[in-house]
Design a protein around this ligand. Structure first.
Ligand SMILES: [Zn+2]
Length: 130
């Protein structure tokens, strides 16, 4: 894990990252390929992915719990699920990018009662609904 404080990213910056990103993973970030949310061990990203920043930083106001609206039949984990960077869970994601092709990835850690679930999802501009 990267313990350095993350830089704040605005929704506009994150959107620009998505818009300038390649359409697909490269050989280096393919192991993290995840058009929809996938659980992954946080340590697995060492190397290929680099932290770019975070849409939420400790000390900020709690972001809204309102969830990104989804079309009927599309669940949270679907590759088709829309991404609203101002709504849950995207409004507290970190953004990481492949060091080689710069494809951005959203990372989100869900803290349950007895578990911690680290999730990752590719950030593609065509899923953005902001
Ligand atoms: Zn890559």
């Amino acid at each position: 894990m990267n313990n350095k404080p993350l830089r704040r990213l605005s929704v506009e910056e994150a959107t620009r990252l998505a818009e300038s990103a390649p359409a697909n993973t490269c050989a280096h970030c393919r192991p993290f390929s995840s058009p929809g949310w996938e659980s992954f061990p946080a340590t697995a990203s060492a190397g290929a992915l680099q932290a770019v920043g975070s849409l939420w930083l400790p000390g900020d106001d709690e972001p809204t719990l309102e969830e990104t609206p989804r079309p009927k039949g599309v669940d949270d984990w679907s590759a088709q699920a829309p991404i609203s960077l101002t709504l849950r869970p995207y409004n507290r994601c970190e953004i990481w990018a492949c060091q080689h092709c710069h494809l951005p990835f959203l990372r989100y850690t869900e803290y349950g009662g007895y578990y911690v679930d680290a999730r990752i999802r590719e950030l593609h501009a065509e899923r953005l609904v902001d």
